[in-house]
Structures are given as structure tokens and as C-alpha cells.
Write a protein that binds this ligand. Sequence first.
Ligand code: KG4
Ligand code: ZN
Length: 358
Amino acid sequence: MLILGIETSCDETGAAVIEGRRGTNQVRLLSNVVASSLPLHATTGGIIPENAAREQIKFIIPVIKEAIEQCNNLTIGDIDAIAVTFGPGLIGSLLIGVETAKTLSYVWNKPLIPTNHLLGHIYANFIESGLNPKRYTLNANVEFPTIALIVSGGHTDLILMELHGSLKWLGGTRDDAAGEALDKIGRLLGLPYPGGPNVEKLANRGNPNKYKFPSPLINSSDFDFSFSGLKTAALRQIQTMQPLNHSAICDLSASVQKAIIDVIVTKTLKAAGQYNAKSILLGGGVAANQSLRDELQSSIINHKSSIKLFAPSKSLCTDNAAMIASAAFFSANSRSASGGNYKEIPWQKVDANPGLYF
Ligand code: KG4
Ligand code: ZN
């Protein structure tokens, strides 16, 4: 089954083609094109939704064309279905992907699979690349039950997944998401947008124990997170240290990153233990953070646990369309596996849903 994926939930414009085979636990990546408007958002220090959507309307058709052309000898006739992110996300951005996908579904006469962006972040773990196998990890052995941790600019969520298609939301952030906190603190430190990767770069040169920032809710009995207090604590600390020199910025970056990672690692392992998870799946832009990956892995080893940690290749952590096509493939198949046949949703009934959750 060949699926064309389309993703425009935030500032990226993505199109990708994946091939899925029934009965296998991974899909093959045939092409993955992402056009980013990050340089534009760097000039404003964050995303202005209308600016993002204006860029996406320019990118969407060339990006889809490129994704198809990158698959040698592929014709439109070979594509079995179109998957599109219908939420959650920015409404203006979502509409561009959804309306384009609906139009293509009608004109090309292809089934349309509206797909949850958050599910996409989880299913990035099930992508094997046919493009450049060396660049991507092969995640063929995800065993259930699994705990999925989504850490992105908009979300910090823990999800229990018993099987494909069987998901239970365990908890999430009560205020800022982990990526949002890193972006905002990055801005306070004078770093370019997005803060996350820049904080990581400087944190590698800093002392994570130099400043003690709070890791909120680290010992709470639920699976919730809260990062807005950390942002305020960082602001107060930074105000007392003006002007900031380079080594102070590195130490502050490392200390903030540590506070965020400590709470994420603790809660993820707690969820994994409580639900007897055999694996943990990382997803979302913050999952590209090497310290987070390393800390989770060493914590698993320290607990003498046999849980396997999976993380997508870094380029598949941030928003892309391959993960959307992957999620669509598995949800289409899990629906047929659980009884009824997969029902395509008529394009007329697909609408963008900015507030969509699990
Ligand atoms: O998943 P994503 O591309 O978009 C959303 O769905 O939100 O995530 C973007 C977020 C941003 O907050 C960005 O700062 C963060 O992911 N991010 C990182 C890293 N790369 C991206 N945070 C920490 N370390 C990174 N290497
Ligand atoms: Zn995302």
C-alpha cells in the first residue's frame, strides 16, 4: 500500500510517500520533503500563525510534486491513499493541508485518511528508510504494551498503547509544553528561534548542576507536567545576571535542560513501570535532544530494566509528513484487523480540527 502523506499543522510544509505491507511492523520511506519557514519565524522570535500559513500556501504544491518525483517511476495511479494531518494545530496552517488533500482526493479519486498529528509523532518510530538506510534506525521490534512520550512545541504527553489502535492518554502538561518552555527560555537567553536545538548546543558546553531549577510535579502521583514555573524561575535568575556572558548562557542552558529532562525521564519510567511496558517510544521535536535520549537510556539501565527505548531518526522527530503517512497506514490496518474493513472517509466529511486530542 502506497500512501502520500501531507503535513501542515504548524510552520512546516511536508509531503512524503511511504510503502506499508500488511503483517509487518514497519513502513518503508520512499520520499520525505519538508519545506520550513523557520528563517522567517527567527526574524520575529516565534511563529506568527498568519505568516506561517502564507508561506505554506506557496510551498504546498511544489512540496507534494517533489515528494512524488523523488520516488523513481512512481505515477499518481500507483498511490493507494492520501493521509493528511487534520489536527491538532494552527487552523490557518491545517486548512492548507486539509483542503489540498481533499482536492487531490477528489481529482485523483483516492481515499482520504484524516490523521491525528500526535499519532504521527508516535508512528515516526515505525518508519524504516528506503532512502538512506544508514541515516535511520530500523525499528522493527516494537513490543506492546508501550509507553509513548510525545515532547514537542505544543505537547508533552504520556500515552499507553496496548496495541496498534488502542491508546490511552495518561497525562500531559498543564501549561507550557517542554519545547515551548525551551523556546521561551531560549529567547530570554538571547538565543535564536527555535530555542530547543540552540539550548541543546550551548548546554553541551555548560554545567548542568550550576543552577538548581525546579523540576515541577516530579514526585506527583499522576502523569502530568508543568513547565511554566520553570520559565519564571529562569527569568528571575537571568534578571539577576545581566549582562549574560557566554559561559553563563551555557550553564543556564545546561541547568534548564537538566530540570526538564529530569522530570520527563522520571515520569516516563514511572508510567512504563506501572503499566508493565515492554518498550518506550519517543516522538516530537524535543525527542531529537540527545541528552534526553541518553538520560532515558541510562535510567533504564540503572533500573536494570529490560524496556527497549525507541526513538525516530532526528529528522523524523520534528514535524514531517512521513510520520503522518505511517500513522495512517497502521490505523487503517488496525481497524481492519479489529473487525470491520477500513472505511475511507469521503473527502466532503473531512474538516480541520485545531483542538483535536486523543
Ligand atoms: O514536533 P515539532 O517539530 O512541532 C510541534 O509539533 O510542536 O517540535 C518543535 C519543538 C520546538 O519547541 C523546538 O524547540 C523543539 O521541538 N526541538 C528541540 C530540539 N529540536 C527541536 N528541543 C530540544 N532539543 C532539540 N534538539
Ligand atoms: Zn509536531
